[in-house]
Design a protein around this ligand. Structure first.
Ligand SMILES: Cc1cc2nc3c(=O)[nH]c(=O)nc-3n(C[C@H](O)[C@H](O)[C@H](O)COP(=O)(O)OP(=O)(O)OC[C@H]3O[C@@H](n4cnc5c(N)ncnc54)[C@H](O)[C@@H]3O)c2cc1C
Length: 210
């Protein structure tokens, strides 16, 4: 019976070694943006990094904790030459990460990245009508999808079958809407310029007032 136990242990150890090796690869933080409602955006580059829309990464900041890894959805599009995440202050680690990046102006704190993981949401481009519903920071995968659509439009990508997108976003505070403002505005303008003003219909719902 020891053989049945040994095989999964070997696979587990191999997976851990692979993850340690991947995590040790150099990550360059290219841009740090502090958004309203204490949301930190990190734009990064890592050699050989490839992503799909809807995937997430694990990040570690050794200056805060050597062992803690936290998952964050990628908000960049695969067409971009960097990858990004938006981090909302939710608890101890995220609060400390945001403080660390706000305080360190000269030298960026070191970040380790493992991933990307998760199934891609590429399927969305295969349907003529898509409905995207997000709440709060849960909007992050849609940032990636909407950006990717924007690039596909610019490149007249034939794989894009989507003709109509309904996008609903529920948020507790007004500040959060500012993260997405530029993206939605540029997407709307691009669609209007290409004679597809009704391509994107979006509704933003404010559910609280702090
Ligand atoms: C696949 C995936 C993708 C994600 N993508 C994103 C993303 O794009 N952006 C993003 O901002 N977040 C995302 N998250 C969530 C993010 O990973 C967490 O917010 C983060 O790891 C929290 O870490 P923390 O130590 O700061 O908070 P924690 O200390 O773990 O706290 C998290 C929450 O639990 C509550 N809590 C903690 N301790 C207690 C307790 N004792 N009793 C009651 N409540 C408690 C906190 O108040 C807080 O609301 C994602 C999570 C997953 C699984």
């Amino acid at each position: 019976s020891w053989k049945w136990v040994l095989a999964p242990i070997i696979l587990y150890v191999f997976e851990r070694i692979l993850r340690v090796w991947r995590a040790r690869q150099k990550v360059v933080v290219t841009k740090v943006v502090m958004h309203p409602a204490r949301v930190l955006e990190l734009q990064m580059q890592k050699k050989g990094f490839r992503m799909e829309v809807g995937q997430y990464i694990f990040i570690n900041c050794p200056a805060i904790s050597l062992l803690e890894w936290h998952p964050f959805t990628l908000t960049s599009a695969p067409e971009e030459d960097f990858f990004s995440i938006h981090i909302r202050a939710a608890g101890d680690w995220t609060e400390r990460l945001i403080d660390t990046f706000q305080q360190q102006k000269l030298e960026m704190p070191r970040i380790e990245v493992d991933g990307p993981f998760g199934t891609a949401s590429e399927d969305v481009f295969q349907y003529e009508v898509a409905m995207l519903v997000g709440a709060g920071i849960g909007v992050t995968p849609f940032a990636s999808i909407l950006k990717s659509i924007w690039y596909k439009f610019q490149q007249s990508d034939q794989t894009l079958k989507t003709k109509k997108i309904y996008f609903y976003w529920l948020c507790r505070d007004t500040g959060a809407f500012a993260w997405f403002n530029d993206l939605l505005a540029s997407l709307e303008q691009k669609m209007a310029e290409s004679g597809k003003a009704d391509f994107l219909t979006y509704r933003l719902f404010l559910t609280g007032w702090d």
